[in-house]
Design a protein around this ligand. Structure first.
Ligand SMILES: Cc1cc2nc3c(=O)[nH]c(=O)nc-3n(C[C@H](O)[C@H](O)[C@H](O)COP(=O)(O)O)c2cc1C
Length: 349
């Protein structure tokens, strides 16, 4: 099975956790000839089964399931208490006298992996960590095409070594979380073009470029640099079918030159989004926060309450540096537009 044989247009709608990737979005992209993808990391096994069934009602084309490779954390009571205290300026601003603690820190990846083998989507992708060669073989035995995420060249080589079929080269411009799993997240500093060129030079498997791809001309440029396909997140985040809060979508549409930056304030892992009050209030203590998923689970009730109130200053407004170029339309129209632009674009290389 080759990447090109799975979907006609070299455009992947990036997985986006937090309810963004609705069955309607995934199916619209796959039906239009791209590859739709479902972010499964925050979903329990039954929710994954339900969303896959709903998506299969809407398309018979291939789509991708995406997961965070992670082990359950075991923070000490002191670590949790310290993190809650560091967050106090934010949760007390909501009028709360305490922060409710979560029932669990994250979903069980082993259980999600079992569901993945059971559901057998055409494609699965992974981030935040790496599978073992044995896990990749299990996926292959189930007929699943395996894609890893890399933010550095050695991560791309590591995915190739465990038998991945393709690798996503995710530059620093990309919206949402950095997938870094080798070394300090702050050391994965290559932008999308530099990373693409470096990874293409080192690996033999297909490379998918991600980060600041907003138009068909951008897609064509990445293909000219050796990418087999592109993965786009922010561009799809403003489409009609993306399941984000309307106030968040509106902030993206009016972003203009509003700055984005990487922060670990919301989740404990560096992620890119529009700068807002939450990020600014936590900036001074960012280095002291517990790692993902503990910080992510602790800030869950704050973000949930902010969404209820429509307060974008306390939501995580994940998006990439290309947000000013995002165009509101339906997802099928976006794929069609990108394909038309790709055909019309003449490379200057
Ligand atoms: C809101 C949001 C959530 C994301 N969640 C995930 C995720 O769950 N898994 C993943 O592999 N990538 C995730 N990403 C990364 C995207 O799939 C994609 O690679 C990235 O957005 C590409 O960069 P761009 O935003 O500049 O297009 C997310 C991105 C955004 C904006």
């Amino acid at each position: 099975m080759t990447l090109q044989s799975l979907f006609p247009h070299p455009i992947i709608q990036g997985p986006m956790a937090g309810g963004c990737t609705t069955p309607a979005l995934i199916a619209a992209v796959s039906n239009a000839g791209g590859l739709g993808s479902m972010a499964c990391s925050l979903l329990a096994p039954d929710a994954i089964r339900r969303q896959v069934a709903d998506t299969r009602q809407l398309t018979d084309k291939p789509f991708m399931l995406n997961f965070f490779v992670q082990d359950p954390p075991h923070p000490s009571a002191e670590e949790v208490a310290r993190a809650v205290k560091l967050l106090k300026p934010v949760w007390s601003s909501l009028g709360w006298s305490e922060l409710a603690l979560p029932f669990k820190w994250c979903e069980d990846f082993a259980a999600q992996f079992a569901v993945l083998l059971e559901l057998k989507p055409a494609v699965a992708s992974f981030t935040f960590g790496i599978l073992s060669a044995a896990q990749v073989q299990q996926l292959h035995a189930a007929g699943i095409y395996v894609i890893g995420t890399a933010t550095r060249v050695d991560e791309a080589l590591a995915w190739q070594n465990v038998g991945a079929d393709a690798v996503i080269a995710s530059g620093t411009e990309a919206g949402g979380h950095r997938g870094t799993f080798i070394g300090d997240q702050r050391d994965a500093t290559l932008d999308a073009l530099a990373l693409l060129k470096a990874v293409v030079a080192e690996v033999t498997i297909p490379v998918i470029s991600a980060g600041n791809i907003m138009t068909g001309a951008d897609v064509r440029d990445r293909l000219n640099l050796g990418a087999a396909a592109v993965q786009m997140g922010t561009a799809f985040l403003v489409t009609d079918e993306a399941g984000i809060h309307p106030a968040y979508k509106h902030r993206l549409q009016i972003a203009g030159n509003a700055p984005t930056r990487l922060t670990r304030a919301f989740s404990g892992r560096y992620a890119r989004g529009l700068v807002n009050r939450f990020m600014e209030q936590m900036e001074a203590v960012e280095d002291q926060l517990p790692p993902y998923p503990v910080q992510n689970a602790l800030t869950g009730p704050i973000r949930f309450e902010a969404a209820k109130r429509g307060d974008t200053e306390l939501m995580s407004l994940w998006c990439g540096t290309g947000v000013a170029r995002a165009r509101r339309m339906c997802a099928a129209k976006l794929v069609e537009t990108l394909v038309a632009e790709m055909a019309g674009h003449r490379s200057i290389n």
